[in-house]
Ligand binder design. Structure first.
Ligand code: ADP
Ligand code: ZN
Ligand code: ZN
Length: 735
């Protein structure tokens, strides 16, 4: 009898999207489902995941290979729920099963068993006496006395207590000393115990009640917690997490990019101490395993982290929180394009637990679902400390031009800056373009200088006097003549953060200005330094891109200036208005968080656009009402569902041909449906906004339709040639 296993190869090749049969190691008759194993594949070794083991009835015609090593000897890494969620994810987001599974693993690829780090422990037998050592071995005597007094000790503890390696090694041979190995203790840096915390306000208690109900009855229930900033949402999450700990279940708390949100992380850690493990991209592999071990043994019950923490490999989830659920960083925009909020809902459903989506400016999608009754809407309309919302002034930049002001700053913004500096308070200035001049134009032939690899303008960076491409790594020295016509009349245009920084220094010579953008963040630790310096009021003005807009809580910031509200509004995405409203209200919300009132100036060329008007009033509901009308009339999500496909090829003609082929194929398939209706449409192929990136030409196809129809077309794509074709990116639910 031959015992075999059905195995998924953990390699993201679309051609490997099926199970393979392998013989079990000699003498084995069973391996638990979800266990990772090492298998030979072709000439290499790969990680595989066991789906089932059984007795082979009939030998296949080809030579079966054998599993080489079991990588999870104690307990399978994948639980039934993880396998199920990965399967759901693979069909929903149109990726392979192994791509979906690998999201749940900590390292990309495993080729040996992971051993928990061990360390030596020293203990003295009951009969040990200090006198058994000669007097001249003074340090060894001290160590022995220490062990007799304190009982068994880890080597690291002895080292920390001041005993040298040499002395510790010498005592090994001492009669009655027992050296054993134990798992290294996996304590986190924080040690405070958690207590009940502050009691909830009446408003919070009302909101918490249905959450508690779902926690206690172990029910899947999605909540949309819509509360202005400072209304006490975090406190509600903490209350729910405490209940989860009492139930001995795991709470997953998702936050947007971790550097911006360390405040909430800090609050959880301060309050819950060792109960919290923090996941982010910068922790080491050992720390990741350590965290996972702690969760698995339930030494810790809360995992807090960015997007990927939603895949925490745990089998007993009692609560999932998605803080700032509208934040676009929850969507992974390269490789596998999943949305962490969606995965959170699936896992919550599988574990039968509440999922709290919290936001001051909910995504249109979530608010719509709440309106439709799919989520329970909970509101916290008042701030705990009653600070007023900041006062916002809109400036029409067309009028400024009319009055002869050609500078990037309006009179109102300069006025606000001056007053803020006089009062020795701080100001944040948002400008969504980095670099110095944002494009270079030839006055002779009218052409701009573009990247040779991408179809975008090169940006002048003062540092190194270079032109840089913001889509790839290409950079070149500033040309002396136009590369198109040879003319010397090349001119620089546009204001990037570097230029505005210079402008600020020129106009306000006494002010201390810090800049924060991707160029600064490229230097390790630099953005943390800037933020920390600003929070200590070592700078008066913080100027930067989106990075300055979100999450921060600086009590001395009383003023915010937004140089161009239109930069996001003009991007050709159906979510442009939503993103604008979100950016403006979030950024405005940085002002007046302490006990001094805040003031905001928003500069725009579109003062009549509803996204701008409603963000002036910081009126989310008014914005939602307008925006949902637009979505309804144009049948955009969340009213209908959407799939965006990008065909990318090194050759323009081939790109077009392939895109045509995809479109024709999809249309032909749709024609076979008996009940056609108007509920599905295929647009394209059309050129992507940026036609070429990194030497790949890009054509797009958009599919839009009702949920059922989209499901059906996904099923088709999953089994068609389109799925395995190289160079097609499929983006389900683009945002
Ligand atoms: P949000 O997450 O909605 O921005 P927070 O939970 O951070 O709101 O609360 C805002 C402020 O109010 C914080 O300083 C917090 O400590 C305080 N706070 C929250 N809940 C309470 C409460 N029940 N009693 C007293 N202070 C509270
Ligand atoms: Zn020219
Ligand atoms: Zn480029």
């Amino acid at each position: 009898m031959e015992y075999v296993a059905d195995i998924i190869v953990n390699r993201p090749a679309k051609q490997l999207n099926r199970t393979f049969i392998y013989l079990l190691p000699k003498g084995q008759t069973r391996i638990a489902r979800g266990t990772r194993v090492l298998i030979p594949l072709g000439t290499t070794k790969e990680e595989g995941i066991v789906l089932r083991t059984y007795v082979l009835q009939e030998r296949p015609s080809y030579q079966l290979k054998r599993i080489q090593l079991i990588l999870d000897p104690d307990k399978p890494w994948f639980t039934e729920e993880m396998l199920g969620t990965a399967n759901r994810l693979s069909h929903y987001y149109l990726c392979t099963y192994s791509e979906a599974l690998s999201l749940f693993t900590i390292n990309k690829k495993k080729t040996k068993t992971y051993e928990r780090p061990k360390e030596e422990w020293f203990s003295a037998s009951p009969f040990c006496q200090v006198e058994q050592l000669p007097k001249r071995k003074r340090r060894q005597r001290e160590l022995l006395a220490y062990l007799i007094e304190k009982g068994p000790q880890a080597k690291s503890t002895l080292l920390a207590a001041g005993f040298s390696r040499l002395v510790i090694n010498q005592i090994r041979d001492c009669l009655g000393i027992i050296v054993s190995e134990r798992y290294k203790d996996t304590t986190t840096r924080y040690s405070k115990q958690f207590d009940e915390g502050i009691p909830l306000t009446q408003e919070q208690a009302q909101v918490y009640e249905p959450i508690q109900e779902a926690l206690n009855t172990h029910q899947y229930k999605p909540f949309l917690l819509y509360g202005v900033t400072g209304s006490g949402k975090t406190q509600v999450y903490m209350k729910a997490a405490a209940q989860c700990i009492r139930q001995d279940k795991i709470a997953i708390v998702l936050v947007p990019e971790i550097i911006l949100t360390n405040q909430i992380v800090k609050r959880f850690v301060d309050h819950f101490g060792d109960q919290v493990v923090v996941f982010h991209s910068k922790i080491t592999l050992a720390e990741r395993y350590n965290n996972w071990e702690r969760l698995r043994r339930k030494d810790s019950h809360i995992i807090i982290g960015a997007r990927s923490a939603v895949f925490a490999p745990t089998d007993d989830i009692g609560l999932i929180v998605v803080d700032e659920e509208h934040d676009t960083s929850y969507k992974q925009e390269d490789m596998l394009r999943y949305h962490a909020r969606q995965v959170a809902l699936w896992r919550g459903e599988a574990h039968q637990c509440p999922v709290i989506l919290g936001s001051a400016t909910p995504s249109i999608e979530s608010y719509y679902r709440a309106q439709e009754g799919f989520y329970t809407l909970l509101r916290l309309p008042h701030r705990i400390h009653q600070q007023p919302m900041p006062k916002v002034t809109l400036v029409d930049m067309k009028e400024e031009l009319l009055y002869g002001n050609y500078s990037v700053f309006s009179g109102a913004l300069v006025g606000l800056l001056r007053r803020t500096l006089e009062k020795q308070e701080q100001m944040i200035i948002l400008l969504n373009r980095r670099g110095y001049y944002t494009f270079v134009l030839c006055r002779e032939c009218g052409q701009t200088i573009t990247c040779p690899h991408c179809d975008v303008s090169m940006v002048y960076h003062k540092e190194g006097a270079e032109l840089k491409c913001h889509y790839c790594d290409y950079h070149e020295p500033v040309p002396k003549v136009c590369p198109h016509c040879g003319s010397k009349k090349i001119k620089f245009f546009g204001n990037g953060t570097q230029k505005v920084e210079e402008e600020l220094r020129r106009q306000f010579p006494g002010a201390r200005v810090a800049r924060l953008d991707q160029d600064v963040a490229a230097h390790k630790g630099r953005s943390e330094d800037v933020l920390e310096g600003f929070s200590k009021h070592q700078y008066d003005i913080l100027l930067g891109t989106q990075m300055v807009a979100k999450g921060h809580d600086f009590p001395d910031v009383t003023a915010v200036g937004i140089v161009t509200a239109d930069s996001v509004l003009n991007i050709p995405l159906y979510t442009a208005s939503e993103r604008t409203f979100d950016l403006l209200t979030q950024c405005a919300g940085r002002a007046g968080r302490g006990n001094k009132p805040g003031q905001v100036v928003i500069q725009t060329y579109n003062p009549l656009h509803y996204a701008i008007i409603t963000s002036k009033a910081q009126d989310y509901e008014a914005f939602y009402k307008e925006e949902i009308k637009v979505r309804q009339s144009l049948l955009y999500p969340p009213v209908q569902e959407m799939i965006h496909m990008i065909v990318r090829q090194p050759n323009e003609v081939k790109t077009n041909a392939l895109a045509e082929k995809v479109t024709t194929d999809l249309l032909t398939y749709i024609k076979t449906w008996s009940n056609l209706g108007e509920t599905i449409e295929v647009f394209g192929p059309y050129e992507e906004t940026v036609k070429k990136v990194r030497d790949l030409y890009r054509m797009a196809i958009t599919i839009r339709g009702s949920h059922d129809k989209i499901e059906k077309i996904k099923e088709y794509i999953y089994t068609s040639w389109i799925f395995t074709q190289e160079g097609i990116v499929i983006d389900v639910d683009p945002i």
